[in-house]
Ligand binder design. Structure first.
Ligand SMILES: *[C@@H]1O[C@H](CO)[C@@H](O)[C@H](O)[C@H]1NC(C)=O
Length: 423
């Protein structure tokens, strides 16, 4: 009974910010539309600049709740990204909590310092003096609907919220208001069929380059979610797929799809600084029967906001774009190697509690053991959240506002769908 009440309470606590986020969608997209019209006579880069600022506004609101309301600890492993300076307070951790190692990663070259046990409680911010975020092709394992929230929380730490664009499945273009807005924000819709997807992808990549747009282009190369608690059927198919191609077998991730990723690398090689390879682990528990550590069910967006997850571990490896092969076969092999690493990292995490793997010994610019909690100052996102909610006020408080809102919701949604259905 108590558990049930707690569950219901949690759902209410989690649903409240979600409801406000959805409620702000019409007034926000209206604001965006006004901006679009106002910037129409000006050079296109003015519009692109404003678009980034507005995307940052909405996602700051989203991030505020996932960062602070959800009460989840975010523990980072691997590379400290070059733009960390402006963002987060970094608290070094070790698995046993005794010997914190503080390493500050400067752009490209390592600057490593042992903070010693005495400063266990001390916090430090990375002072690398490289505050601008990079242009990035961002790839991650894909497990659940909350994965895009993780992109937000990482981008928040690097001043990159406004530059996030997704490669997303084509059906999402029909989401009311959001689908249209994603299209306007230069997201790419794909149906996982290269013959169909190629043209649309090239159009958007070309736009990124020709307008010199700031990007974190997010791709989930697995192409579909891999829910770790429902593995068998999907793993059987994955086995066949890998065997056909002479690839290694994966158990903790799905085999990557090559074409979309390769298209992005080829199209963006002169525009991006790096590829970020991100591995997310939501939570694990001990399986009593086998005595092993196993991955738990992944969270929904509501689960996180309802404070049902305590800690999320995220591994990031930064690959400078120069490190990527030039040939098509080379890129394929490179991606398969990254997924094999990802697979091994997750296995290592389950078996040994660390993402470190032997392959990492070859990484020249970072120590893979670096584990740290990164906390963000709430004020960073709070004011923007207030600003976003404020856009809603005239439409709720005024009779006329409510009418406009109603028409925008109905007519705007249909018009938006009509536009985005052509993508
Ligand atoms: C766990 O650690 C042991 C000892 O260092 C190592 O031999 C083993 O390969 C590790 N497991 C994984 C999955 O990396």
């Amino acid at each position: 009974m108590a558990a049930l009440l707690r569950h219901i309470g949690g759902t209410v606590v989690g649903a409240a910010p979600l409801a406000v986020a959805f409620a702000c969608a019409p007034s926000f997209t209206m604001l965006w539309s006004v901006m679009r019209v106002a910037t129409a006579p000006l050079p296109i880069r003015v519009f692109e600049r404003c678009d980034v600022v507005l995307y940052d506004l909405y996602q700051s609101f989203v991030s505020f709740f996932y960062e602070h309301w959800a009460g989840v600890r975010l523990v980072f492993h691997g590379d400290v990204l070059p733009s960390s300076a402006q963002a987060a307070t970094i608290v070094p951790l070790t698995a046993d909590g005794t010997k914190p190692l503080l390493e500050v990663q400067a752009h490209g070259a390592a600057a490593v310092g042992n903070a010693g046990a005495a400063s266990a409680a001390a916090t430090a911010t990375a002072a690398t003096g490289a505050p601008e975020a990079e242009n990035v092709l961002y790839m991650s394992n894909h497990q659940c609907a909350a994965d895009w929230v993780m992109v937000d929380l990482i981008a928040l730490r690097h001043g990159a919220l406004g530059r996030i664009r997704y490669m997303m499945k084509r059906s999402l273009r029909l989401l009311p208001l959001y689908g249209w807005y994603f299209a306007m924000h230069s997201c790419v819709f794909v149906r996982k069929n290269w013959n169909h997807d190629q043209r649309g992808l090239l159009v958007v990549l070309d736009r990124f380059r020709s307008r010199n747009m700031p990007i974190w282009l997010v791709v989930f190369p697995e192409g579909t979610r891999f829910e770790p608690t429902q593995k068998p059927a999907i793993l059987e198919r994955s086995k066949l797929y890998c065997a056909e191609r002479g690839w290694p077998q994966f158990e903790q991730v799905l085999p990557p799809r090559i074409n979309g990723f390769r298209g992005c690398v080829n199209g963006l090689r002169n525009h991006i600084d790096a590829v970020y390879d991100v591995t997310v682990m939501y939570s694990t528990s001990n399986d009593l029967a086998s005595g092993r550590t196993v991955r738990d069910r992944t969270p929904s967006m509501l689960d996180l906001l309802a404070r049902r997850y305590k800690r999320i571990d995220i591994h990031i490896r930064r690959h400078p774009v120069e490190a990527l092969p030039m040939s098509d076969e080379g890129i394929e092999q490179w991606l398969v190697d990254r997924f094999q690493e990802k697979n091994n990292r997750i296995k290592s995490f389950l078996e040994n509690g660390t993402f470190a793997i032997p392959e990492d010994e070859h990484a020249t610019f970072v120590l893979p053991q670096l584990v740290r909690e990164e906390r963000v100052n709430p004020w960073r996102t709070f004011f923007k959240s207030v600003l976003l909610v404020a856009t809603l006020v005239p439409f709720v408080a005024l009779e006329k506002g409510r009418k406009i809102l109603f028409y925008f919701c109905t007519v705007g949604t249909l018009a938006g769908m009509a536009v985005s259905s052509r993508y």
